[in-house]
Each structure stands twice: as C-alpha cells, then as structure tokens.
Design a protein around this ligand. Structure first.
Ligand code: HPA
Ligand code: ZN
Length: 320
C-alpha cells in the first residue's frame, strides 16, 4: 500500500496557510515587498509560538493583493494536494484578506479562486469547496461584514462559514450574530475550538454557535462528559495531529468521529502523506483505518449529494 496514493479528503486547510514559501517569496519579489522576516535561513516560515504564527501568517498573506494572486495560490495549493492523493479539499477562505470584507471586492476574489478550482478539478480530479472564515482576534464587529460576504455568496462553491484565529480572544458566543447570519443563508458551520482553548471553548462553540464540526477539538480529552456529548450530537473533529501522546486514537476508540487534516502544511512542515505516515507509524493504522476516516470526512463534508456520490465511487475504487 502506498500511503501517498491512498485517496484522501481534507476538511481543514487554510488557503493562505497552505501557500508554498517559494510562491510567497516570488510574489514579494515581483511586488518589491520586503517580507524577509517571515522566513528562516532554510527558506521555510519562521515563528516562535502560536500568536507569532498568526502574525507571520498575516505578513506572508500581505503579498497576496489581487484576485489573480489568489488564483495562482489556489492553483499551486490544489496541485500540491492532488500530488498527495487528495480528492476533496475544504478551504478556509478569508474575505478579510480578500478586499477587506467588501462584498464587491470579495465577489471578484471568489470568482478568480473558483475558476482556478474548477480548472484544477478538470485537470487533476481534485474537488473543493470554500468555508468563509472570520478571524477571531479581529473582533466580533469585523466578523459581521465577513459573514455578509459569506451570506451574499452562499450556494455555489461557498458552502460553509467558520472562525479561525486566536482562540484565547473573547468567547465563541461573541460571534453568534455572524454565525446566525451565515446559518440563515443556508451555510454549514464550523469553528476552531479546543485547539488552544479547553473544554469550555468547545462547550461554547456547541451551545452558542451551534456548529456541526469542530476544528481541532482535541482538548476535550480533559472532559469525558464532553467527549460523550460529541458522540451523542454526532460532532466531527478535524484534527491536526501533533505526535507525542496525541489523543486522536483515544478519541476514536471512545467513538468520537475524527478526521485528519494539515491545517497550514508548510508552516507545520507537513503534508497529508506525512500525516498518514505518522498515523501508520505511531498507531499502526492500516488501509482500513484510513478508509474509515475518509468515510467520516465524506459524511461530514459540506458539499452536495452528487459530489459525495462521485467521491464515494473514488474511495470504493481503491483496493483495501
Ligand atoms: N489555527 C487558528 N487559526 C488559524 C490557523 C490555525 O491553525 N491558521 C490560520 N488561522
Ligand atoms: Zn485551522
């Protein structure tokens, strides 16, 4: 079994967070923008801790200034993902970075991204959807125009609404207005919770935002009653595994639905193939385990039934 060739579904990938450093460096050069502090000597992204990561992320993203830049980014990321066997990706996309959450500008950025995604699907067979994402540390007032961008473009490639950023800022419920607006527009909901925040952050995400998927969620392991609630309410976790004593296996054995993603792959020096290799090495996962998480991801994906049926065929075609 080649882990690289196994068909994979990825539900948690930040578009800018997947930007190859070489692409960002090249664009900075073209535009004569100095972002040298973003990189280490070996050319990879350089950050000390999570809050610094968010600031380096925003500095790297600052070179992406037009719809065409985002189309180039989308193409590069989908090519890389397809080369790791990914057949379906859900991107976190951010109107805040794409025209400052102005609906007219956002439509232009989105159009360019969608065109690139459609081309990649035709050429490489990788399907994708977008989850419009507000950024928690920008505050609840900034989230409202972002949610309006989401609501105005809901229905095609945009199928979800979510929140990323610094989980230690405020409460999940501070963003309820924006999540309500997105829900009323028919969007599916997710948020980052239980990555840096503990069980309280996860409880607030379920109670106050009424999301159906959690990004990360791994800190729930501290609270088994909450773990049981995730099982009862069929909440799916998108996990970026860090390897030492990672709770993914314990959560899965208890019955929580888990999926695997790379989040911001070049920042964390990973790929979907590498995640699969680690799961095989650390927990002894085999083809049947990988098939199970792909099926979980397929069930939890924010896409239509026809797309799911096509993806299910691709999973079925692959020998176990
Ligand atoms: N976590 C939270 N917010 C983010 C991330 C992440 O990994 N990447 C980009 N925004
Ligand atoms: Zn994330």
């Amino acid at each position: 079994m080649s882990l690289r060739d196994l068909p994979k579904l990825e539900l948690h990938l930040h578009l800018e967070g997947a930007a190859p450093p070489s692409l960002i460096r090249g664009m900075a050069k073209e535009k004569s923008v100095d972002i040298s502090r973003v990189f280490c000597e070996d050319g990879s992204y350089d950050f000390r801790d999570f809050v610094h990561f968010l600031s380096v992320y925003e500095a790297a993203t600052s070179v992406l200034k037009s719809p065409e830049d985002y189309a180039r980014l989308m193409t590069a990321v989908l090519e890389e993902s397809a080369s790791h066997g990914v057949i379906y990706t859900e991107f976190f996309v951010s109107p805040d970075f794409c025209g400052g959450s102005d609906v007219t500008a956002w439509r232009e950025y989105l159009h360019a991204m969608e065109e690139a995604a459609t081309r990649a699907e035709a050429q490489l067979g990788i399907a994708s959807r977008g989850i419009v994402t507000c950024i928690r540390h920008f505050g609840p007032d900034k989230a409202k125009p972002t949610a309006l961008c989401a609501a105005e473009t809901a229905g095609g490639w945009i199928t979800g609404f979510g929140m990323g950023g610094d989980e230690s800022v405020g409460h999940q419920g501070d963003y309820a207005y924006s999540f309500d607006m997105a829900r009323e527009a028919g969007l599916r909901l997710t948020t980052h919770a239980g990555e840096w925040g503990g069980p309280t952050s996860v409880r607030e995400a379920l109670d106050d935002l009424k999301v159906e998927r959690l990004g990360h969620g791994v800190q729930v392991i501290q609270d088994l009653a909450l773990v049981d609630r995730l099982i009862e309410e069929d909440i799916v976790l998108g996990v970026y595994p860090k390897w030492d004593r990672h709770p993914i296996q314990a959560l899965r054995e208890r019955g929580v639905k888990v999926t695997v993603s790379t989040d911001d792959p070049p920042f964390f020096h990973t790929t979907m193939t590498r995640e699969y290799e680690q799961l095989a090495r650390v927990f002894g996962w085999r083809a049947s385990d990988f098939h199970e998480i792909s099926q979980t991801a397929l069930d939890a994906a924010f896409c239509d039934a026809d797309t799911k049926a096509r993806l299910a065929d691709k999973l079925k075609d692959h020998p176990q």
